[in-house]
Design a protein around this ligand. Structure first.
Ligand code: HEC
Ligand code: HEC
Length: 370
């Protein structure tokens, strides 16, 4: 038997095998969404540069900060417009570094701008949309849980909390992502990311099973409309203006720990707290006294509202990237009394320290641990 023939025979066997066990679903194609005018496209590109590069990267490659996913993987745009692209941009993914950018949530973009950015990302990806149904994917949840622990938990976390990959158990993601979208991602993977296509590793039935398992984690979530708070004015920026400086000892000349910051707040030290996340998440919850100072704030002009002789501490959820970006710029402008909260706001909350929630509810049920 010639070598070539052997190879062909092997390939044939694989093909036959794959037809039996790894049956691929055939999807219908869908027409492209609307085109953008040159002007809309250039605004969308500028918005991407201003708001998204920090985490999703200069070239939409993702994984620049905080494991933000790729925004150019074809499989996302084949399957994901609008639910899985427009909605996270609008409302964010609660409990992750992805905040909402829609103005009605307290973000910086109008609905039109969010649509245009969604379409711009779609056109940049070069994808062709496929038709996915809104129908649930049926599967065996118990078997799906096994498949999940064996194949997915190392990256997505034992409880779907996300380790170095998106939080599949995230309630806002589950609310926005349809079953077939999830299934499609598992089947096709995400090009040029660690997320491989599982259509060659798992049977079609197991892809259904794990999809059904992921879906079973959803408990129902709605983007709550909150009453937007008025933004603080410069005369309200400094907390405890009459008191002393906290005199922090900064780790690596940059970082203050949650413990030290909490102590300084308890001791009523004079400080300015900057919340450097997208402003919509400041609206939902922030450390008491913090002012919204998003990472995309134009410092020219705005920074004159910040005194140079008061200790400034910034925090974000990514857990430091956005704040380091702001603090480094401030230091260049001569603000030497500046620091970054080391653990970020999620670390702060996990340690049991309090935050102010929308409508003034203070979440300090647990006493901080020292
Ligand atoms: C501070 C970091 C950060 C910034 C800034 C940010 N994102 Fe994200 N984004 C994330 C993270 C982290 C996730 C994944 C969250 C999760 O675990 O589900 C995400 C998820 C997404 C998703 C869902 C993708 C998917 O595969 O499910 C989209 C779409 C998205 N971001 C678009 C944007 C756009 C557009 C901007 C700018 C307007 C932006 N993001 C700004 C961190 C960020
Ligand atoms: C080696 C790490 C790794 C493993 C193992 C892995 N994933 Fe992923 N997964 C990722 C990463 C990273 C992403 C984000 C990719 C990107 O940048 O778009 C992702 C994305 C996804 C998405 C898309 C989420 C969204 O909102 O767009 C789904 C769904 C998913 N994975 C499901 C699974 C399932 C189910 C398994 C197991 C069968 C699995 N993954 C195994 C790393 C992994």
């Amino acid at each position: 038997m010639s070598k070539l023939f052997k190879l062909t025979a092997l390939t044939m066997t694989c093909l036959v095998l794959s037809n039996i066990t790894f049956a691929k679903k055939v999807y219908e194609k869908q027409g492209p969404p609307r085109e953008l005018t040159l002007e809309q496209a250039s605004t969308a590109k500028a918005n991407y540069q201003k708001y998204c590069v920090l985490c999703h990267g200069e070239n939409r490659e993702g994984h620049k900060n905080d494991h933000a996913p790729s925004l150019r993987a074809k499989s996302l745009f084949e399957s994901g417009v609008p639910h899985s692209v427009l909605r996270p941009i609008s409302y964010g993914r609660e409990g992750t570094a992805m905040g909402g950018y829609l103005d009605e949530m307290g973000g910086p973009m109008s609905l039109d701008e969010v649509w245009d950015l969604t379409y711009w990302l779609f056109w940049q990806s070069g994808a062709q949309r496929v038709k996915l149904t809104e129908n649930p994917v049926d599967g065996d949840i118990v078997r799906g849980a096994e498949v999940y622990q064996e194949n997915c938990a190392s990256c997505h976390g034992v409880n779907g909390e996300g380790v170095n990959a998106p939080a599949l158990g995230n309630q806002s993601a589950l609310a926005h992502n349809k079953d077939e979208f999830i299934r499609y991602a598992i089947e096709h993977g995400r090009q040029d990311t660690p997320m491989l296509a599982f259509n060659e590793k798992l049977t079609a039935a197991d892809i259904d099973n794990v999809t059904a398992f992921i879906r079973s984690r959803a408990s129902g979530w709605k983007a709550e409309k909150i009453v937007l708070s008025e933004l603080p004015t410069p005369d309200q920026y400094v907390i405890n203006p009459e008191n002393d400086d906290p005199n922090f000892t900064l780790d690596q000349g940059m970082y203050v720990s949650s413990k030290d910051l909490y102590q300084a707040i308890q001791d009523k030290k004079k400080m300015i707290l900057l919340d450097t996340r997208v402003a919509s998440v400041w609206q939902r919850a922030h450390i008491k006294g913090a002012i919204p100072f998003p990472y995309y704030t134009e410092l020219e002009g705005h920074s004159t509202d910040l005194p140079k002789d008061v200790q400034i501490v910034g925090y974000c959820s990514c857990p430091r990237a956005a704040t380091e970006h702001v603090i480094n710029q401030l230091r260049e402008l001569g603000y030497s009394k500046t620091a970054v909260l080391y653990e970020g706001i999620f670390g702060w909350m996990n340690l049991g320290y309090p935050v102010m929630r929308a409508e003034g509810i203070v979440d300090d049920a647990e006493e901080p641990q020292h």
